[in-house]
Design a protein around this ligand. Structure first.
Ligand code: MSP
Length: 743
């Protein structure tokens, strides 16, 4: 049997997924279902990349060990992917691959050994020892990347640590290197001899130009004292494996390469499914199209079938959607307001595959209403409703008998289905060809062209008029048969895009068989059987009320931002325990540092149960991120705390804000040349005169925001007492100069 193996990138398990991650996974899911329809045996991998400093930091921030943290993120990710119908239970991925799997540790070590034992095309060793140079912050005990440092205070001086505001040290550390520079020619001839190795062409040209420009060797290990949450280097446990080197190998260890344990558990999947197609965002093209093939050549493993790179989802200002910027569309919001199939359709239809695409919730809503509610959904319901109404719910026949043909012609209906059948055949071929070329948007465009055509065919034939003339009964039947038959085709073509809705169309047409196993390329006209009963008509894509839904979405976004701002503050629930104390001391090892990275012995594949509070329908995603699996607020590190600037401020003036029961408006001296204007929601509990002259605690680096038309340039701290949260202002019993920083 023909086989098809597709992978998504394995996503970093440091934060919750957003629409960007969903996208690649939906495309992989689509391709898998499409290939299954076409008779391929398929294997679909998605999963998580779980090692490295970022994960270590994110886990310390959340007050968890790295393993606890990745388990939590994986639990959430699986739950989200499940909700979008992407998991095994819904016919989606076959493996949720995790780089903390013990079998992956085995396979990755084996890969390293093989590469180390072999030579480059130039006859030199693939892996050698050298020195890694970088900027190091001793109190943080980490190397900083370019993006993580502040510019030097004086020209030619060292850059600064943004946390400690001290100069970084240039440190050189022993490291293993992969001799990538010896693979330039091999890679160039690969791109040349296999033009489909990197898709689309623009990306192939990009990597070819990059390689032609010269390659440098890559540092593929770090001292364990620098990066401890990673796979140990075989035979040299003082070092750990560079996370990209570790992560890329997942694509083959998942199939049992290099691990007897995995082979025993899953069979020889490698033999059966490799080489596969790697679906990635263009942001990680170099690693997949340059480093990975060179690594495979080094270890003597067959290269993948293709590296297929899509573009990125951008916000309306053109910035890449990401968690850090907070501008990516959130999965819980998508789930709450749109049908899963509408989101899947949107993702595949809106983006011209390979190019970047701007997105916001409104465009999704509009497409759902126009293409799905008014387009496909309406065509299904109008066709089936008429079959119920005029033919008692039984499919009429396609044929118009000879004596009736002239009358049919007068009504503008062809005597046979030839013309319509040829145009659906054309759409079928265009659809298949576009999918094979990864032009999903064009495949869907073709399908919607068909919907428009059948809509017009029905409107022109005017079935409601035909129904009034007994002599046109067969003509009416043929019109409805043809419309219904086109719907059968659409159900097959669109099955991989909208598995649930096309299943519903299939059932409403009263069909037997299974769209999941019907090859779109083999569709033939006339599959519907005259006389067969059709099912109940149920709306597929209800219209979304734009005003109401957009207002709800905007409210959720505002709440999420608020929750995000809150996470910068110390948690309201305090805990005792080792993590908190360790985290509070700058430079002290975190819980993660003190634990060696070991392959987990059990439970690696099973994530912790999702927290009740973080159910997709209930809590905004940003809030979920700060919650431990038991739903209790978690720790922040000192690095988080120092982000909040607290200062002493003296209230110079205070007055009520017109038309507001709650707000007082102050001018506050925080030791700056000009006093600040700050608003506080305490007017129900304090008279303005009570506050004038008092020294309060001010959050002085809070982003200014407008309240009732006034800009508040900071926030006043108060205890929140009792059930109703009565504010009691935080103040000082001794005199302190205005502007003094609280630490
Ligand atoms: N862990 C690495 C990949 C290792 S693969 C061996 C990584 N992870 S990631 O969490 O950052 O995910 C990157 C992938 O997520 C991108 O390549 C892309 O597939 C998807 N996306 C994340 N944000 C995206 C957009 N804004 N738009 C489209 N997809 C993007 O890199």
């Amino acid at each position: 049997m023909k086989t098809f193996y597709v992978t998504t990138p394995i996503y970093y398990a440091n934060s919750l997924p957003h629409m960007g991650h969903l996208y690649t996974t939906v495309v992989a899911d689509f391709l898998t279902r499409y290939h299954r329809q076409r008779g391929f045996e398929t294997y679909f991998l998605t999963g998580t990349d779980e090692h490295g400093t970022n994960i270590e930091r994110a886990s310390a921030k959340a007050g968890r060990t790295p393993k606890e943290h990745v388990d939590y993120i994986v639990g959430e990710l699986k739950r989200m992917f499940g909700a979008f119908g992407l998991d095994a239970a819904h016919g989606g991925y076959d493996i949720f691959m995790r780089t903390t799997e013990p079998f992956h540790y085995e396979g990755a070590a084996e890969f390293w050994r093989r590469a180390a034992a072999r030579q480059t095309p130039k006859g030199r060793e693939n892996i050698y020892k050298g020195f890694y140079e970088g900027w190091f912050c001793a109190p943080c005990a980490t190397f900083k990347t370019e993006a993580e440092m502040l510019p030097p205070t004086e020209e030619g001086g060292p850059p600064l640590c943004p946390i400690h505001e001290r100069p970084l040290d240039k440190v050189s550390e022993e490291s293993y290197f992969f001799r990538l520079s010896d693979y330039e020619e091999a890679l160039l001839s690969l791109y040349e001899s296999r033009p489909d190795f990197v898709v689309p062409e623009v990306r192939r040209n990009e990597v070819a130009a990059l390689v032609r420009g010269g390659l440098e060797d890559v540092s593929i290990s770090r001292l364990k004292s620098s990066v401890s949450w990673a796979i140990p280097v075989p035979e040299d446990p003082r070092h750990t494996v560079y996370i990209w080197f570790d992560a890329l190998i997942n694509y083959i260890t998942a199939l049992g390469w290099g691990s007897e344990r995995r082979k025993a558990e899953a069979g020889d999947l490698f033999e059966k499914f490799w080489p596969g197609v790697h679906l990635i965002g263009k942001d990680i093209l170099r690693q997949h199209a340059v480093l990975w093939p060179a690594m495979l050549m080094a270890a003597g493993v067959e290269l993948p079938r293709a590296v297929v790179a899509h573009g990125l989802w951008l916000d309306q200002t053109g910035r890449k959607g990401s968690k850090t910027l907070g501008n990516a569309l959130e999965l819980p919001t998508l789930l709450r307001h749109f049908k899963v199939d509408a989101v899947r359709y949107f993702l595949l239809r809106e983006m011209s595959f390979g190019q970047d695409c701007k997105v916001d919730y409104e465009v999704i809503l509009e497409r759902s209403n126009s293409d799905l509610a008014s387009g496909l959904g309406n065509l299904v319901s109008r066709t089936l409703t008429m079959i119920h109404k005029y033919f008692g719910g039984r499919l009429p026949a396609d044929e118009i008998p000879e004596p009736r043909r002239l009358q049919a012609k007068r009504a503008g209906v062809d005597s046979d289905a030839q013309a319509l059948a040829s145009s659906v055949e054309l759409v079928r071929d265009q659809f298949v060809q576009n999918v094979e070329e990864y032009a999903f948007h064009r495949a869907l465009e073709a399908a919607w062209g068909m919907i428009a055509r059948v809509d017009k065919f029905i409107s022109d034939a005017k079935p409601w008029e035909l129904a009034r003339d007994e002599a046109q009964r067969e003509t009416l039947g043929a019109v409805l048969y043809r419309a219904a038959e086109t719907l059968r085709w659409l159900a097959v073509l669109l099955h991989p895009v909208m598995p649930e809705s096309t299943g519903a169309i299939w059932n409403q047409l009263g069909l037997e068989g299974d769209p999941r196993r019907t090859d779109p390329a083999e569709l033939k006209w006339g599959g519907l059987r005259a006389g067969a009963p059709v099912g109940e008509v149920a709306p597929l894509f209800p219209r979304i009320d734009k005003g109401k839904t957009m207002a709800e979405i905007e409210k959720e976004i505002a709440q999420r931002k608020e929750a995000e701002a809150q996470t910068a503050l110390p948690p309201s629930t305090t805990h005792s325990g080792a993590h908190a104390t360790q985290a509070a001391v700058p430079g002290a090892p975190t819980a993660a540092d003190t634990k060696p990275a070991q392959p987990p012995t059990q439970g690696a594949t099973e994530a912790v149960a999702p927290p009740a509070q973080a159910q997709a329908q209930a809590a905004p995603a940003a809030a979920q991120d700060t919650r431990a699996p038991d739903g209790v607020a978690t720790y922040i590190t000192i690095d988080d705390f120092v982000k909040v600037e607290l200062r002493v401020g003296e209230v110079l003036t205070a007055e009520r804000v017109p038309k507001s029961d709650k707000l007082l408006r102050f001018t506050v001296d925080v030791g700056e040349p000009e006093p600040r204007q700050i608003l506080a929601g305490i007017a129900e509990h304090y008279e303005p005169e009570q506050v004038i002259g008092r020294k309060l605690v001010i959050v002085s680096n809070l982003k200014p925001r407008k309240l009732r038309g006034f800009e508040s340039q900071g926030m006043v701290l108060a205890a929140s007492v009792g059930e109703e949260g009565r504010p009691v202002l935080a103040t000082f019993t001794e005199d302190v100069p205005n502007g003094t920083r609280l630490k």
